[in-house]
Design a protein. Structure first.
Length: 94
């Protein structure tokens, strides 16, 4: 699901006068998750799950076009772990 779809779902739940706020709400949620992960490394969204940053070590990679090996530097990636409620809904099929 892409951002406009999430925005439309939220907008449908709001009164018509507040529907333009849906895009801002989605943007603010994404910004809050990103900021929280950057500052504390972890953000818990009740009913949804936990977002956290994971440090990935540098490693050797190979360019498939040339066959040349090179070193990929260490990096951080965002990881999501669904919460208990979300897992139960997924397992129940909906």
């Amino acid at each position: 699901m892409k951002n406009p779809n999430v925005t439309n779902i939220i907008a449908a739940q709001l009164p018509p006068s507040q529907r333009p706020m849906a895009k801002l709400m989605v943007s603010l949620l994404a910004s809050a998750i990103l900021h929280g992960c950057e500052t504390s490394g972890r953000v818990n969204v009740p009913g949804l799950g936990v977002f956290r940053l994971k440090q990935m070590p540098g490693r050797q990679v190979r360019n498939p076009k040339t066959g040349e090996t090179m070193m990929r530097p260490a990096y951080r990636k965002m990881v999501f772990r669904p919460g208990k409620e979300l897992k139960e809904r997924i397992d129940a099929g909906g």
